[in-house]
Design a protein around this ligand. Structure first.
Ligand code: ADP
Ligand code: MG
Length: 242
């Protein structure tokens, strides 16, 4: 039976700043099946990043329940959560977060090292993912020798090298110009379509959100709209009218 990927019920996250309580996420219900491409949108401060931290098991719910692939997250220890993040979730950030003075092959292979995969196999799988994101000829470069768009491709390869069922991306095009943003969104779309990986992507830009097939709109810590549409690429257009 497919338990689905994500099932989050009445999720709340409250931050305490001295005397002040900040209700960053207040009562969110979402189920996400395997293979979906979801955009999380909303104004700055609406709770998007907090929600992503909850989904990524980087932070615990203040109240509510979270099933990831049918497993209740609140019952897992810190160690079990770390293992789950490493094996089952890929992360992509606005600022790429690559190691400098390290080849991109080693950057991509790093999550496999934490899993105890041997050196030769790590390199083989990292090479394969770098080919998938169009950087086969750059594997020996250091990350600081690449453009922003290339660095984000490396980060995407690193997120996928463990073959997780889902990638979580928080404003992945936030540091990129619009042409490069389109390239990166086309890559996410192709990975979702061809590899079946689920993608949950935070953005405050409508043009970026349009690449997803479902949009969750946040306002004041709540989802105010949950819409599915059959949109394809608005930037790519390669497979629109063939
Ligand atoms: P978004 O990503 O949509 O801009 P966030 O999830 O970052 O929104 O923030 C939601 C609310 O929670 C904001 O009011 C923000 O100031 C607050 N917040 C976020 N992170 C923290 C934190 N670590 N401590 C206290 N308040 C926080
Ligand atoms: Mg944010």
């Amino acid at each position: 039976m497919d338990n689905g990927l994500i099932d989050i019920r009445n999720a709340c996250k409250t931050y305490h700043l001295g005397e002040v309580e900040i209700h960053a996420v207040r009562g969110v219900d979402v189920t996400i099946p395997h293979g979906q491409f979801v955009a999380v949108t909303g104004a700055s401060g609406s709770g998007k990043s907090t929600f992503m931290h909850l989904l990524g098991c980087l932070d615990r719910l203040t109240s509510g329940t979270y099933l990831f692939e049918g497993r209740p997250i609140e019952r897992l220890s810190r160690r079990q959560l770390a293992a789950l993040r490493n094996r089952r979730i890929g992360f992509v950030f606005q600022s790429f977060n690559l190691l400098p003075r390290t080849t991109i092959l080693e950057n991509v292979a790093l999550p496999l090292m934490y899993q105890g995969v041997g050196r030769r196999e790590r390199r083989r799988r990292a090479q394969e993912m770098l080919e998938r994101v169009g950087l086969a000829d750059r594997t020996r470069h250091h990350s600081n020798q690449l453009s922003g768009g290339q660095q984000q491709r490396v980060a995407i390869a690193r997120a996928l090298v463990t073959r997780p069922p889902v990638v979580l991306a928080d404003e992945p095009t936030g540091n990129l110009d619009s042409a490069t943003s389109i390239e990166i969104m086309n890559l996410f779309q192709a990975l979702n379509r061809d590899e079946g990986v689920s993608i949950v992507l935070v953005t405050h830009e409508a043009e970026i959100a349009a690449y997803a097939s479902r949009q969750l709109v946040f306002k004041d810590g709540k989802i105010i709209r949950d819409g599915t549409h059959s949109a394809g690429p608005i930037g790519g257009g390669a497979n629109s009218a063939a």
